[in-house]
Design a protein around this ligand. Structure first.
Ligand code: UDP
Length: 251
């Protein structure tokens, strides 16, 4: 068993793991039956969890809660338990892809925009891009993320029939985490399900990750703001989050 500390930020548990430890936990999860959930919350998700009890409960019951985003690094410093290293969802996913390729396990890509007249679905494009880098990786299946509630049983069936071991869900948060959590006991072969936000878009090339300069300085939020100024309302949450952590601390 791996040992790591869990801290509470605004009463939401976050695991104090770096990339290496997170991968060790991931490997263990992949070797045991039953679908486990990995959540990669940023400050916005932690704030949402303080208001959305269903989201909070699923984070509490997740197999691993990886702090993603500079806001949680600041918060951990304020709380006197600084995170040693920031693990971003995207970087962690790269390590996962390497592991899956090496071990011959397969991935299912679920979510993001459907095909249109100009291109295949984002999930399919992401699969093709992954194959370019990891030729040996088995893509069990792909499906876009636009569906009705009544389609969900069919989607679970398709995922099961694909025989995939790892499930990537890109529906935005908290929809993606709720989907995995709600159906976790119906998956027959999936060992780990993880919400991946906009990662399929990044892999597919339909959205670009922030340049290295922004990543290095924890300024990905600034890059996104420059690209999509309409997100300002969501971004205004970061200072609000920090103020709440200063006032309320761990509770
Ligand atoms: N998305 C989806 N179905 C939905 C809503 C969103 O497949 O009902 C996809 C969307 O196309 C995008 C991804 O979810 O590829 C992440 O969306 P967004 O950027 O809004 O989420 P964030 O990661 O910022 O929370």
């Amino acid at each position: 068993m791996n040992s790591y500390k869990t801290i509470k930020i605004l009463d939401v548990p976050v695991d104090m793991v770096n990339n290496q430890l997170a991968m060790e936990v991931f490997r263990e999860m992949m070797e045991t039956d039953g679908c486990k959930l990995i959540v990669t919350p940023n400050s916005e998700i932690v704030l949402n969890a303080t208001k959305d009890l269903e989201l909070k409960r699923l984070i509490e019951q997740a197999g691993l809660v990886i702090p993603d985003g500079i806001g949680l690094v600041y918060a951990s410093k304020i709380l006197g338990e600084p995170l040693s290293e920031r693990v971003t969802g995207v970087d962690f996913l790269s390590l996962i892809l390497e592991y899956l390729e090496k071990t011959g396990k397969s991935i299912y890509l679920f979510g993001s925009k459907p095909a249109n007249t100009e291109r295949a679905s984002v999930a399919e494009l992401a699969g093709a891009a992954i194959k370019k880098k990891h030729a040996g990786l088995i893509i069990g299946g792909t499906r876009d993320g636009y569906f009705k509630k009544e389609d969900e049983e069919q989607i679970v069936k398709e995922i099961n029939e694909s025989g995939a071991d790892f499930l990537c869900v890109a529906l935005g948060s908290p929809k993606q985490e709720k989907f995995i959590f709600e159906h976790r006991n119906k998956f027959t072969n999936i060992k780990v399900g993880m919400g991946v936000g906009g990662s399929l878009d990044v892999w597919a090339g339909t959205a670009k990750r922030a340049p290295e300069f922004y990543q290095k300085h924890g300024l990905e939020w600034l890059y996104r703001f420059i690209k999509e100024p309409t997100r300002y309302k969501r971004m205004a949450q970061l200072p609000l989050f920090i103020i709440k952590v200063i006032i309320k601390g761990k509770n």
